[in-house]
Each structure stands twice: as C-alpha cells, then as structure tokens.
Design a protein around this ligand. Structure first.
Ligand code: SF4
Length: 390
C-alpha cells in the first residue's frame, strides 16, 4: 500500500483556544468539564433549530453543509432517527477530531447527546480511527465517566482515506466493508437500517455541544456577524498543531512564519494549492474562501518542504491506492492521473496537458467524490504553475 506523504498522528500539539479548546490545563475529565460548563441542559428541537439557523452553524467535515438543514431533515422522517459521531478523520494530515477526542471528548459527546435527546433518538454511534489508538482510548475513557441513558455503539473505521466518507461509515455500521457505495438518498433521510441518520464529524458535534452549554449569545461573541463562532485548523508538520481560531481571523496570524513565500496546500489532500501571498491576504472564512476557489475544507493546512509538483505526485499516488477500486475513474483514471503528475514533476513534455485532460475525465463520474477531490488538487497544481510562469 502506498504510504501517505503525511502519517496520521494521534499525538498532535493542541493549542489553547478561545472556545472549544479553552482551559486545556483543566484536562479532559468529566468533573472539570461540568465545573466549566455546568450540567447538559435539555433543549427543545425547535429552539435548537432556530439557534443553529441564526448562527449559520455548518458541518466541519469539509462540505460545510448547514447543520440545521440536516437536523431538520432527520427530524421530519417517520422513523426514529439515529445519531452518529464520526471521529475517523480519514485524511492523514488532519488531527482536529483527534485533538478533540484527547482534549475535549465531553464537548463532542454533549453535542451528540443533546441532539439525540431533542430528536428522541435512542442510540449514539461513535466511529473511531483504528490508526489513532490514543484517540480511541480517550473516547472510551470519557464514555466510562458518563451515564447518558442512551445506547452507545462503537465502531472502528479502517485506516483508509475514504473510510470516513458518510456512506462508507454506514457500510461499516451495517457490518460490511468500510467503503463508499452509490446512494441516491441522503443519510438524513434513510441511513443506518433505513432510519434517518444524523452523521457529523467530531468538531461539528463539539460546536453544537458548546452552543447548547453556553447559549447563543456567548457562542456568537466570537467570529463575525456572517460567520459566528470558531473553527479548528490543523497546521500539518512532523507534529501537527491544532489551532482554534474565530472566523474572520487573518491567515497571516495563523500561518507559521517559516512558510512565508512558499505555496500552501489548503484543505488537505483533496484541497487546493494557494500562493502564500494570496492566502496571507485573506481571512479564515468558509464563504469567502469558497468564493475565491480555495475552500477551507476540513481546515487542514500543509506547506511541504518539497516542490508542489513532486508533493502532489506523491499525494495522488496515495489517493489512487486508497480508492475502493469499484468505479472506472478510480480503477483506471487515478493511476493514470498519478503517472501524469509525476510527468509534470519531472518536466516531461506533454504531461501538463495530459494531467488536465485526465482530471477532466475522472471528474463527476465516481460513486463518491474521491475522484473529484483528487482532480481538484491536480487542477490547482496546474493553476499554481501557470500563475508562477505568468
Ligand atoms: S469513486 Fe472511487 S472511492 Fe468512490 S466509490 Fe467509486 S471506486 Fe470507491
């Protein structure tokens, strides 16, 4: 199996933050958590939906889908919903959900429990990363401290890039291979055992947990009017660093000084290359970065020591090896795309044209977004090279 350019870590450096990651010195235990936040209140579904709408709370797994929309859909189903906390991360360069498992497991669990109660759900499923044993142990220790009167079910995801994808998680929960499959219905309509399934990553649940605990006013005290609150970022490195920043924070304050002038890969292995100067001139914002064509994704920021073409070639090698090899674009397209990107890195004659052609051919044709994300990365490399050459 091709190794990723960055190894998944369960020993990130977690930095003190203004909200989710505040008071780290108190430790992750339940007693300190309750001392800080008090007991978990019961919230009415309508009140929670209204607050989530007003605060524009979005999922933090990469797609930035409005959380209230998912919750409303799950609540409107005729069957009893199921709640799923996805801690599997998938992306090796990301460590934010691991950071929450280690440092703030009870915020994550409070979010899931509060929503499960509001929905009338009886089960909370937790999907844990097999390649990050410290995160698994931290979640198990946190669960042992709680008495939520909900059935909790633990699942262990494979160490595979696509294992955290929503449909791959549902396959795992159903006892099948932890791989994506084609689905025509959103999981909030029909997911686990056909039930409406509210599946979100750990940071999303932690944000919801904090909202329920501190209330709307305190939640909105950070961030901007358009994007209240904070977000977690993973600054990749030998030891990844996990930061929490309010939306609206200038990137210049976040990026390490030693990265100045070097291209940055934003959004992880399905992300986009951005010239440092462009990124440093912007602020951390889902909407503005999406509009600029450089989505924030799951907040992973990488600045490799090697040149972007060589690094991208290694990433595409890895991504090609990670697919379920069930769809044509992955089976044939991604290995060919990896070869073309190696050609770009080596300066071979027609490699850029070939890479652009293959990126177009694999896009929009897979059962999941894996080929599209890989193509986006390659297109951004080609755009970066064009910008540098102009
Ligand atoms: S597009 Fe690729 S990763 Fe997605 S389901 Fe098909 S083979 Fe698997």
């Amino acid at each position: 199996m091709t190794a990723p350019p960055v190894r998944a870590s369960d020993r990130p450096r977690v930095l003190e933050g203004p909200a989710l990651l505040s008071g780290l010195a108190d430790g992750p235990g339940l007693v300190a958590h309750r001392r800080r936040y008090g007991d978990l209140p019961r919230v009415a579904l309508d009140d929670l939906l209204a607050a989530l709408d007003r605060l524009h709370v979005r999922g933090r797994g990469g797609a930035a889908f409005p959380f209230a929309t998912k919750l409303r859909t799950a609540a409107e189903g005729r069957r009893r919903p199921t709640v799923v906390v996805n801690l599997s991360e998938g992306e090796p360069a990301s460590a934010k959900d691991t950071a929450l498992a280690l440092a703030r497991p009870h915020l994550v669990l409070d979010g899931a429990v509060a929503v499960a109660r509001a929905l009338g759900a009886r089960e909370v499923h937790l999907v844990l990363p097999c390649e990050r044993p410290r995160a698994v142990a931290a979640v198990e220790a946190a669960l042992a401290e709680r008495h939520d009167r909900l059935r909790t079910v633990l699942h262990t995801a494979d160490a595979r890039f696509v294992a955290g994808q929503a449909r791959a998680v549902l396959e795992l929960m159903a006892g099948r291979a932890n791989l994506p499959v084609t689905a025509w219905t959103p999981e909030a309509v029909a997911g686990h055992r056909g039930r409406p399934t509210l599946l979100s990553n750990a940071e999303t649940w932690a944000q919801v947990g904090r909202l329920v605990l501190v209330g709307e006013q305190r939640y909105a005290a950070l961030g901007t009017v358009e994007e209240p609150g904070t977000t977690l970022l993973t600054i990749s490195g030998t030891t990844p660093r996990v930061h929490e920043v309010p939306y609206g924070t200038p990137w210049r304050e976040v990026l390490p000084e030693e990265w100045a002038g070097r291209p940055v890969l934003l959004g992880g292995f399905h992300g986009t290359w951005v010239p440092w100067e462009d990124l440093a001139a912007r602020t951390v914002s889902v909407a503005a970065m999406r509009a600029a064509g450089t989505p924030l994704g799951a907040g992973v920021v990488v600045c490799p020591d090697e040149p972007p073409p060589a690094y991208t070639a290694r990433v595409v090698d890895y991504l090609a090896a990670q697919s379920a090899r069930r769809c044509g674009p992955c089976l044939n397209g991604l290995p060919a795309l990896a070869a073309a990107v190696h050609g770009v890195a080596d300066g071979s004659g027609d490699a850029e044209r070939r890479a652009a052609e293959l990126a177009g051919l694999v896009s929009g044709r897979g059962a999941c977004a894996h080929p599209d994300g890989t193509a986006r990365l390659v297109r951004s490399l080609l755009a970066l090279r064009a910008e540098v050459a102009s």
